[in-house]
Design a protein around this ligand. Structure first.
Ligand code: HEC
Length: 244
């Protein structure tokens, strides 16, 4: 068939266009029905604690994602720089996920534990004081603004609705004990969210001031957990290939 006959025949063009679009659509939609089989089964991945989750909300509020991706791609150079490539399992509780390809700054998928809390605080207040050539803006207000956590329970209930296993009753709590262990299950209990948040902020002392729970506490708690949940020494490379 000549190209010209397709372009001069609107009906044919529409039919062929629909055929092409449906192939593309199927390729994107069908895998969603098998999503549970393609998420790697790894130990350690859990939903964020209330404090980390508030940090994540601030990360989104401040637009950190406009310069930072959270997805190490499976390329040699990226793995040498950032560590093991990101697994689907690692962002299964992220709503919205923070993948992306816009990297004005480095990828942050594995930044947890890379620096001390003090470094993170100082860097967020004034990046140039630690990295003189940095073009990252400062976020000094995080250190002076008290963290608003009045609505932490509502936030967790909303996430629970889209599938994050925060527990709201005894049955769900017991399921979480089975799935994540007792200590983590307590952290995922919506009824204890506020107390958990306060305790983690005070014990973790992320911003260096125990008496004051700032937005900085939440942000640093979040940054420090990124990419640290899976112990990659436990798995051989071939294991992950099974899920592709
Ligand atoms: C205008 C772009 C831009 C924005 C917005 C931005 N950053 Fe950055 N960020 C950078 C650049 C560039 C670097 C590398 C230089 C440096 O370390 O300061 C960086 C570095 C970092 C690092 C150190 C990463 C490493 O592996 O060394 C962290 C952590 C970080 N940013 C967190 C944040 C957070 C949290 C926010 C939001 C509150 C944010 N950034 C917003 C550009 C940005």
């Amino acid at each position: 068939m000549k190209h010209e006959s397709v372009e001069t025949n609107a009906g044919l063009l529409i039919i062929l266009t629909l055929a092409v679009i449906s192939v593309g659509g199927l390729v994107e939609i069908v895998p969603l029905f098998y999503i549970n089989d393609t998420i790697e089964e790894v130990e350690g991945v859990r939903p964020y604690t209330p404090l980390e989750q508030r940090g994540r909300d601030l990360y989104v509020r401040e637009g950190c994602y406009t310069c930072h991706s959270q997805m190490v791609r499976p390329f040699r150079d990226e793995m040498l720089r950032y560590g093991h490539y990101s697994l689907a399992a690692e962002s299964q509780f992220d709503h919205p996920f923070q993948w992306g390809s816009k990297r004005t700054g480095p990828d942050l998928a594995r930044v947890g534990g890379k620096y001390s809390n003090e470094w993170q605080v100082q860097h967020l207040i004034n990046p140039k004081s630690l990295v003189p050539e940095s073009i990252m803006p400062g976020y000094p207000w995080l250190a002076t603004t008290p963290l608003d956590y009045d609505d932490i329970e509502q936030r967790m209930i909303a996430l629970r609705r889209v599938g994050v296993p925060y527990s709201i009753n005894q049955e769900e709590f017991d399921a979480n004990v089975e799935r994540f262990g007792e200590e983590t299950a307590v952290m995922l209990d919506i009824n204890r969210a506020e107390a958990n948040l306060i305790a983690q902020a005070q014990e973790g002392n992320f911003d260096g001031d125990r008496s004051f729970i700032s937005e900085m506490d939440a942000m640093v708690a979040y940054l420090q957990v990124l990419g640290t949940m899976v112990d990659f020494n436990q798995y051989s490379e071939g294991y992950f290939a099974e899920f592709r």
